[in-house]
Design a protein around this ligand. Structure first.
Ligand SMILES: Nc1ncnc2c1ncn2[C@@H]1O[C@H](COP(=O)(O)OP(=O)(O)OP(=O)(O)O)[C@@H](O)[C@H]1O
Ligand SMILES: [Mg+2]
Length: 206
C-alpha cells in the first residue's frame, strides 16, 4: 500500500517516456516537435523527485505538479503541472481514494487547465480527451457502474476524443497557426492525456 501512489505516477511516466518519439512526431506535424521531449523530460524529473514510500496521495500529486511546472517549458508544462497540483488539492491528506473522489479530481483538474489555458472543448487540445473522459467516468459512477467499468468508459471516451481532434481546426497554441491545415492530425496533448488515463485505468484494474 505504501508505495502505491508513486507506482501509479511511475506507470504514467514510463508510458510517456516510452512514447516520447511518437508524441514528438505528432507535435512535428502541427506544432514545434517538442511535446514528447517536454513530457519525457518532465517525468524523468518527477520520478527522481518523488518520495517512493509516501502514502500521502495529495503530497505526491502536488510534488508531481510542482516538478512539471518548474522543469517543463512551453504550454504543456504549466498545463499538466496545474492539472496534477489541482488533483493534489482534492487528495490532500488522503491515503486512499473512492470512485466519488475521481469525479472531484476530474472537476478540479479541468477547472485548473481552463483557468490557465483559457480553452474550451473543441479547440483541439488535451481538453478534448479530458472533458469527455470526465463526463463518461462520472456518468458511469452515477449510474451505479463499478470502478473498472467507469475507468473503461473514461478511456473509451478519451480515445474517441483523440480521434475527434483529427477532425477539427486548432484554435489554441502553436497548432492554431496552421488553421485548416491542422485538420487530419491528432492533437499531441490529447494523446498524452489519453495515455495518462489508460495508465490510471491499468493501475487501478491491475
Ligand atoms: N490553451 C491550451 N489549453 C489546453 N491545452 C493546450 C493549450 N495550448 C496547448 N495545449 C496543449 O498542449 C499541447 C502542446 O504541448 P507542447 O509540449 O508541445 O507545448 P508547446 O510546444 O509550448 O505548445 P503550443 O505550441 O501548443 O503552445 C497541445 O497539443 C495541446 O493539447
Ligand atoms: Mg510543442
Amino acid at each position: 500500500m505504501s508505495s502505491k501512489v508513486y507506482e501509479c505516477i511511475e506507470k504514467i511516466g514510463n508510458c510517456i517516456i516510452a512514447n516520447k518519439e511518437f508524441l514528438t512526431e505528432l507535435d512535428r506535424e502541427i506544432g514545434d516537435a517538442d511535446h514528447g521531449i517536454n513530457m519525457a523530460r518532465g517525468f524523468t524529473e518527477v520520478l527522481a523527485a518523488l518520495d517512493k514510500e509516501s502514502e500521502n496521495i495529495g503530497e505526491v500529486l502536488k510534488k508531481t505538479g510542482m516538478t512539471l511546472l518548474s522543469k517543463v517549458g512551453g504550454a504543456s508544462g504549466p498545463l499538466y503541472g496545474t492539472a496534477y497540483m489541482q488533483a493534489g488539492k482534492v487528495c490532500a491528506g488522503k491515503t486512499a481514494l473512492t470512485p466519488e473522489d475521481g469525479k472531484a479530481i476530474f472537476e478540479s483538474v479541468i477547472a485548473g487547465i481552463q483557468k490557465r489555458g483559457k480553452a474550451v472543448k473543441g479547440e483541439k487540445t488535451m481538453l478534448d480527451a479530458i472533458i469527455p473522459a470526465s463526463e463518461a467516468y462520472s456518468a458511469a459512477i452515477d449510474s451505479g457502474a463499478g470502478i473498472g467499468e467507469a475507468l473503461d468508459a473514461m478511456c473509451k471516451a478519451a480515445e474517441e476524443g483523440v480521434e475527434y481532434t483529427k477532425t477539427i481546426i486548432a484554435t489554441k497554441g502553436r497548432a492554431s497557426y496552421l488553421g485548416e491545415r491542422s485538420i487530419g492530425h491528432q492533437d499531441p496533448g490529447a494523446t498524452s492525456a489519453t495515455f495518462t488515463m489508460q495508465m490510471i485505468r491499468d493501475f487501478f484494474k491491475g
